[in-house]
Write a protein that binds this ligand. Structure first.
Ligand code: MLT
Length: 329
């Protein structure tokens, strides 16, 4: 018998004598290999940016690499279903935004239940949005945009990241307040949607500051407004849509981190501690502040904080979406 096998058998025998289960041993050793953090949208977009920003400090805290994996499609619901069926051992984690709370009302057939199929790790970050156009789009400001849209109607294209993406919800809110129907074009994330905007293939996009602030500052896109009620410190000269006449227009995108249902409590505690450490990392704090994105209070970066918020958001969005009559089969 080789010596490694002998040592392992002796450790198991000793553990059995002491009444320690192999499950408890593996939970104590967690993590002993890399962890996958699944992102439900394309690489290079805002959710991907947040995931990659926190993966490194989380990995440092856990002593293992946290690898970002993109699983795209259907506004994030394909990835959510995949994670819901994943092994509940802590090696598969999931980061998603408020689409987790709108999916039950938006999709008639959903292959997961946000309230039954996951363990909750904590809220992650709150991100405002910006209404953008390709650089050479004719309207020079928001009032010109309103006039242009009134005459051009659905000749104007509006990109989004699919049903349930926040770019989709923001676009719906914009069209409903403007009383117009634009030509909406879905992508697998606002990473590719942004490439289409930069390439001049689409006219408008509503997207999160975690992707848009550097592009606005570099003048690579045209900006018409921010979706917060107050101006953003990162973009002090950009007016809010609210102050430009879209009264009450507000979209702020919350994010949460999840694991498959049944992931053991000691493992979840280690992951939560790593998430909290990442959210206090000076580089992460500075980077998010530069993007006018808020780190939630520490009592929200908890399983209970996320679960309570998710439940409240599902109750809030369900009736709104049903009333609007938007859903996929
Ligand atoms: C992304 O990461 O592509 C976005 O979060 C998509 C969206 O919801 O608009």
């Amino acid at each position: 018998m080789n010596s490694k096998l002998k040592t392992l058998l002796l450790a198991c025998a000793a553990a059995a004598t002491l009444g320690i289960s192999t499950q408890a041993l593996s939970q104590a050793a967690f993590p002993d290999r890399p962890i996958a953090l699944v992102v439900p949208f394309a690489a290079g977009g805002p959710t991907d940016a947040v995931a990659r920003m926190i993966a490194i400090p989380m990995g440092k805290a856990l002593g293992q690499t946290v690898l970002v994996e993109n699983a795209v499609g259907a506004g994030g619901t394909i990835a959510a279903a995949k994670v819901a069926r994943g092994a509940p051992n802590g090696y598969t984690l999931f980061i998603h935004h408020m689409g987790m709370s709108t999916a039950p009302a938006l999709y008639k057939k959903l292959a997961f239940d946000p309230l039954k199929d996951f363990e909750y790790i904590g809220q992650v970050v709150d991100v405002p949005m910006t209404l953008l156009a390709r650089k050479d789009f004719p309207p020079a400001n928001f009032s010109e945009l309103q006039a242009y849209i009134k005459t051009q109607g659905n000749k104007v294209s509006l990109a989004n990241a699919g049903l349930g993406a926040v770019s989709h919800l923001c676009g719906l809110l914009f069209m409903s307040q403007m009383g117009v129907e634009l030509n909406t074009i879905p992508f697998s994330g606002t990473g590719p949607a942004m490439n289409a905007l930069l390439g001049g293939q689409v006219d408008l996009l509503c997207d999160q500051t975690t992707q848009t602030v550097p592009l606005i500052k570099d003048g690579r896109v045209k900006v018409y407004g921010v979706t917060s009620l107050n101006r953003l410190s990162a973009l002090p000269n950009v007016p809010t849509l609210n102050e430009q006449g879209l009264k009450g227009f507000e979209v702020k995108v919350w994010h949460g981190m999840y694991a498959p249902k049944g992931t053991p409590a000691p493992v979840l505690e280690k992951i939560n501690a790593a998430l909290r450490a990442a959210m206090q990392d000076p580089m992460v704090k500075q980077r998010l502040a530069d993007l006018s994105s808020d780190i939630p209070p520490m009592d929200k970066i908890t399983p209970a904080g996320l679960k309570t918020h998710l439940e409240a958001e599902i109750s809030k969005w369900g009736p709104v979406i049903k009333k609007a009559g938007i859903y996929a089969d």
